[in-house]
Design a protein around this ligand. Structure first.
Ligand code: FPP
Length: 252
């Protein structure tokens, strides 16, 4: 007997627009960019911040509403302490330098991932950037910092279980209900996930949220990424047909 599976309560039913609302990016290749120029890896990360600035601006210009970037993974702690500290410093410097401008431009900043373990001054600045931009809705910048998708899903499962035990939550677990426990609650799933540097991996980024994202891999190192690449990404996205497991209309 063939039994109908319970349909996902998160998958859209109708046709999808040609432009992505939400683009997520794995900004990869800073180290190789620097090494190929005989520069320290940290120089690649510095240029990576410039590419991030360009991309945030370009995304706003191109009508994208949500941009989520992978800046520091839970696995990046394996890097030398000097590089880890430098990445913390870059996040801090980015927020310090850009917060006022982003706030004035209507950008809402969110930082997803684990706060525990971040230096107190970085955690404080992250908190400030979120609080000061909470009422903004024009553009949404989400920075995944000290983030790992398996860790996020595990934390969500633990919180859900705690709420069921406390009687706050029904035992019936739905996709939409579970999603509220993820760091990304309130943010639509990414329509498009881009990775730079020619690697073909998701690397523990948005594993739940990217279930139906279109994937694009660019053979360009992150510090060289810019508006032209994002425009190309949107063109390639528009050529994709998103079926969410269904068949194309008119298919035999
Ligand atoms: C991957 O390149 C990049 C990272 C691990 C860090 C990404 C960080 C930035 C773009 C700048 C920081 C921005 C903020 C807001 C903190 P890689 O070092 O893995 O490069 P490789 O694969 O060539 O070694």
């Amino acid at each position: 007997m063939v039994r109908a599976a319970v349909p996902s309560d998160l998958v859209p039913a109708g046709p999808q627009p040609a432009a992505p609302r939400h683009v997520a990016i794995i900004m990869d290749g800073n180290g190789r960019w620097a090494t190929s120029r005989s520069l320290p890896r940290t120089a690649g990360h510095e240029r990576g911040v410039e590419a991030l600035r360009r991309t945030v601006e370009a995304a706003g210009d191109l009508g994208i509403e949500y941009l989520t970037v992978f800046s520091f993974s839970t696995e990046n702690w394996r890097r030398p302490a000097s590089e880890v500290n430098m990445l913390f410093g870059l996040l801090k410097a980015y927020v310090q330098r850009d917060l006022a401008r982003l706030k004035n431009e209507g950008v809402r900043i969110r930082v997803i991932g684990v706060r525990d373990g971040l230096p107190p001054d970085v955690a404080e600045l992250v908190q400030k950037s979120e609080a000061e931009t909470r009422e903004n809705h024009k553009f949404n910048l989400t920075i995944a910092f000290n983030y790992g998708a398996r860790d996020e899903i595990l934390r969500a499962a633990q919180a859900y279980a705690r709420d069921v035990k406390a009687g706050v939550r029904d035992e019936q677990i739905t996709e939409a209900g579970f999603q509220e426990y993820l760091d990304t609650h309130g943010i639509p799933d990414p329509d498009l996930l881009i990775r730079t540097s020619g690697e073909f991996r998701i690397s523990n980024f948005l594993l739940w949220q990217a279930a139906y994202s279109e994937l694009l891999f660019f053979d360009v190192l992150w510090p060289d990424f810019g508006k032209a690449h994002l425009e190309e990404a949107l063109r390639r996205y528009a050529e994709r047909e998103r079926r969410y497991g269904a068949v194309a209309p008119g298919a035999g």
